[in-house]
Design a protein around this ligand. Structure first.
Ligand SMILES: Cc1cc2nc3c(=O)[nH]c(=O)nc-3n(C[C@H](O)[C@H](O)[C@H](O)COP(=O)(O)OP(=O)(O)OC[C@H]3O[C@@H](n4cnc5c(N)ncnc54)[C@H](O)[C@@H]3O)c2cc1C
Length: 470
């Protein structure tokens, strides 16, 4: 029987260990701290709980518009953090994975401390656990990127939000990617005066340009100061009641100050403590563990999965990686990852989401038809008083297949799920137009866009059948 060690119990590690156990390998799952990894303990679950609180505050402010009298909402941050901890524990306690892993005979070592390679087949953890295996799968995830800038130690990461005693009066968020945009949105809703700094020309630079523009405009409308192309950071320094950031642009020095500075400028592999050299595992120029299409590292008996490999850093990707790596580790090199488009989105205000190609990328590849609808002209958004945003569908003019969908506004992330099924099924837009989606719903907007694209393309009159919107 093959021995497999899986390092790290985030989504990649849990699935890798389960798959290896199911395939009959004697499997051990070792993780530094709590079961569930970043995903359950320090990423999506706690952040989504804060985002839900932000949503409740927004909705409470809307009550008056619907004739419901109520006093203004008032946030008790300490109680919110209690709720965050409760949710994290609840998610962990109810994780179906633990039961499945135990049933599959996987040995779990939780809170074992950081593990490192002693030799290519042996690992040892900080707490003295020493294990040897034929095959090892690295699923250690990633950590926030640190900048080599004077005074960087005065700054915080998204995780430090859990340690704040109260909502800070002001905050600089450095980095306009998904994490920075999420932190900015949540704390703005809680009443913090937020300034969002992005070195590039636009926030959310991996999104469709229309999405970046709409989210930046909505943020500005909500009182967030969005500073794109702000220049380069020189240093940070502590002040009597916060932190000051110095930066330069076009030779001119400037500064900004707030009670807290959160830096969210990317993610690096959590590989520093692993002593990868002892196992002959190499990393790429960005410090991520290098893998081939089978998720095998430079050391043939060692595989890697999830954020540690530096590809699309999302829970569903980590899960897919874990399955592929464990299958190859136990059965031999037999499978690779599927290249299906993944929906990506964030629970900001307004929400945004995407799946497939951006309009710019789709136009580079060929002729496209684009159908867009603004949320001030869709029934459900008007009913709910959530008229900020739009949905855009990109269709290949030749094949009539949906290539991409980009959404800003209420339930954007949920709409993207339906669009991702359409793209995965390689559905033609006129077939989508024929599906009678429920009225009045958020997802129903896709039916209306499909009908509009079908008309633009002069296809069969399928659009007529679409009853999903007025
Ligand atoms: C703020 C934030 C919000 C996010 N929101 C979303 C979202 O909404 N949707 C989404 O899909 N993704 C989201 N992500 C990304 C998601 O959390 C990651 O893609 C996912 O957790 C990666 O899973 P993983 O298994 O590769 O690693 P992780 O979940 O990071 O787990 C790795 C585990 O390995 C442990 N470990 C590391 N090194 C060692 C070692 N040497 N020895 C022992 N153990 C070790 C770590 O302590 C950790 O527990 C978010 C991330 C952040 C930071």
């Amino acid at each position: 029987m093959k021995d497999v060690i899986v390092l790290g119990a985030g989504p990649a590690g849990m699935v890798a260990a389960l798959r290896a156990g199911d395939l009959g390998a004697r499997t051990t799952l070792v993780t530094r701290d709590d079961f569930g990894g970043m995903a359950a303990n320090d990423g999506p679950v706690p952040v989504r709980t804060l985002a839900h609180a932000a949503r409740l505050m927004r909705e409470a402010r809307q009550l008056d518009r619907y004739g419901i009298e109520c006093s203004q909402p008032n946030l008790d941050y300490a109680r919110l953090l209690e709720r965050v901890r409760e949710v994290v524990q609840d998610v962990r306690a109810h994780s179906a994975f633990r039961q499945q892993l135990e049933a599959a005979g996987v040995t779990i070592h939780e809170r074992a401390g950081t593990a490192r390679f002693v030799d290519p087949h042996t690992i040892e953890t900080e707490h003295g656990l020493r294990l040897r295996a034929d095959t090892i799968i690295l699923c250690g995830g990633g950590v926030s990127r640190r900048l080599s800038i004077p005074g960087f130690e005065c700054t915080a990461t998204h995780s430090d939000a859990w340690n704040l005693k109260e909502v800070p009066p002001s905050m600089l968020v450095v980095g306009g990617g998904a994490t920075g945009a999420q932190v900015a949105s949540v704390f703005n809703a809680f009443g913090t005066k937020v300034q969002l700094f992005e070195t590039g020309t636009r926030i959310l630079k991996t999104e469709d340009e229309d999405v970046s523009t709409a989210v930046a405009a909505a943020y500005r409308g909500a009182g967030i100061v969005v500073r794109e192309s702000f220049g380069a950071i020189e240093s940070f320094e502590k002040t009597s009641d916060g932190v000051r950031m110095f930066f330069t642009k076009d030779g001119r020095r400037d500064s900004a100050e707030a009670s807290v500075v959160v830096v969210a400028v990317g993610w690096v592999a959590d590989a520093a403590g692993l002593c990868l050299a002892s196992a002959g595992v190499t990393t790429d120029s960005r410090g991520y563990v290098q893998v081939d299409a089978n998720l095998r590292t430079s050391s043939p008996h060692i595989f890697a999965a999830g954020d540690i490999t530096g590809r699309l850093m999302l829970v569903p990707e980590a899960i897919q990686d874990g399955f592929v790596a464990a299958t190859n580790a136990v059965l031999g090199l037999s499978t690779t990852r599927s290249e299906q488009a993944s929906p990506i989105g964030s629970f900001t205000d307004p929400e945004y989401a995407q799946v497939g190609l951006t309009e710019a990328k789709a136009r580079e590849r060929g002729e496209v038809t684009v159908a867009t609808i603004n949320f001030d002209s869709t029934t459900r958004t008007i009913i709910d008083g959530r008229t900020t945003g739009f949905c855009k569908l990109i269709v290949d003019r030749e094949t009539h297949k949906v290539l991409g969908c980009h959404i800003v506004g209420e339930r954007a992330v949920e709409i993207a799920q339906l669009a991702s099924i359409v793209i995965a099924a390689e559905m033609r837009v006129d077939n989508l137009a024929r599906v009678p989606l429920s009225f009045p719903t958020y997802a129903g907007v896709l039916g209306r866009l499909a009908a509009s694209a079908t008309r633009q393309l002069n296809l069969e009159a399928n659009w007529r059948a679409n009853q999903s919107e007025l």
